[in-house]
Ligand binder design. Structure first.
Ligand code: GLU
Length: 327
């Protein structure tokens, strides 16, 4: 595997590095904006390098202009970064070479079983994600020792047992990937790495030491750890998984909660400082300020005072934001 680009400092340790990794779906909404803003604020507080990485493999089809729009919106909110990673889709070679290494190590296998066949053999879909658990009994008797990208899903042979790590926000975690999703896909039949493989390879080659993201991805931390172990690469990053923003019905923020895109508020004339003021309130920053600058958010944020509960976005929040537009 390629070495990380992050250069060692005088003491020989990696430069602390994080990444802002939006998927260019065109829907940077209040929920993911909050996660990115917290990630950025922690980076600026702690002097971590920030890499902007657009995850354009993590979405079915990227519409023209959406990448530029996503970057523009992050900037409008006041975030900045030190480096821009190449678009994931621009060069699949690093992911292919990871697959070559995994195949040589006997850790991956192709499988043409359909979702239905896997479900029939292994029980109900995984509760939250709709993912189907791939049981070890479905593995082929022999694994090929070379990777061939032949319109087939490739899966990681997940070892039995738990992956333990300490999340800097959630505390100790113990996740049994073999029991939850089993052998998960690392290379898709579309001829692309899966999200799990792409993120693991990129975090490694970009020298990422700190991963901050929504806690719907905490299970993915375990899967990414298993890929790193199979590849024999690197130290695990420090993980920090944050509670999600939900609608008043308790469901993840989505279209049914109205138009919560940052661009929607921006188009209505809501200043960025108002959006940040709402996010600051959600993060337990003291005071109920009308407007908050990104730099003040960065200096005031503390994970110690941030609620461990999910945040609820209410219709009053929506009105409060729009109220700033009419002034
Ligand atoms: N691209 C993912 C998102 O926008 C983030 C993935 C990650 O942080 O690992 O939700």
């Amino acid at each position: 595997m390629e070495r990380p680009t992050s250069s060692p400092n005088e003491t020989g340790t990696a430069v602390p590095t994080t990444r802002l990794a939006p998927s260019p779906t065109g829907a940077l909404h209040l929920g993911n904006a909050r996660t990115f803003l917290v990630n950025w604020a922690l980076a600026r507080q702690n002097g971590w390098k920030v890499v902007l990485r657009i995850e354009d493999l993590d979405t079915p089809r990227v519409k023209p202009g959406v990448i530029e729009q996503t970057i523009e919106t992050l900037g409008w909110l006041g975030m900045d970064w030190d480096e821009v990673a190449p678009l994931q889709s621009s060069d699949l070679a690093p992911y292919r070479s990871a697959m070559d290494a995994l195949a040589r190590a006997g850790c991956v296998f192709p499988s043409e079983l359909s979702r239905t066949e896997i479900a029939e053999a292994a029980g109900a879909p995984h509760e939250d994600s709709g993912e189907v658990r791939f049981d070890a009994s479905l593995r082929p008797s022999e694994f090929p020792c070379a990777f061939a990208d032949a319109q087939t899903n490739w899966r990681l042979a997940v070892p039995a047992g738990r992956v333990d790590f300490t999340d800097s926000f959630l505390g100790p975690q113990s996740i049994d990937v073999s029991a939850s999703v089993g052998d998960f896909v690392v290379w898709t039949q579309r001829g692309q790495p899966s999200y799990q493989l792409a993120v693991t390879v990129d975090d490694h080659r970009q020298g990422v030491t700190h991963v901050v993201r929504g806690d719907d991805l905490v299970d993915s931390a375990a899967r990414q750890t298993l890929i790193r172990r199979a590849l024999g690469i690197g130290r695990d990053p420090v993980y920090c998984h944050l509670p999600l923003v939900r609608g008043a019905d308790g469901k993840r923020l989505a279209k049914r909660h109205g138009d919560t895109r940052i661009d929607h508020y921006r188009e209505k004339g809501v200043p960025a400082e108002r959006v940040i003021a709402l996010i600051a309130r959600w993060c337990g920053l003291p005071g109920r300020n009308e407007l908050v600058l990104a730099s003040d958010f960065a200096s005031g944020l503390s994970l110690d005072t941030m609620s461990r509960e999910d945040v609820t976005f209410t219709p009053e929040d929506d009105r409060w934001l729009l109220d700033a537009a009419s002034r």
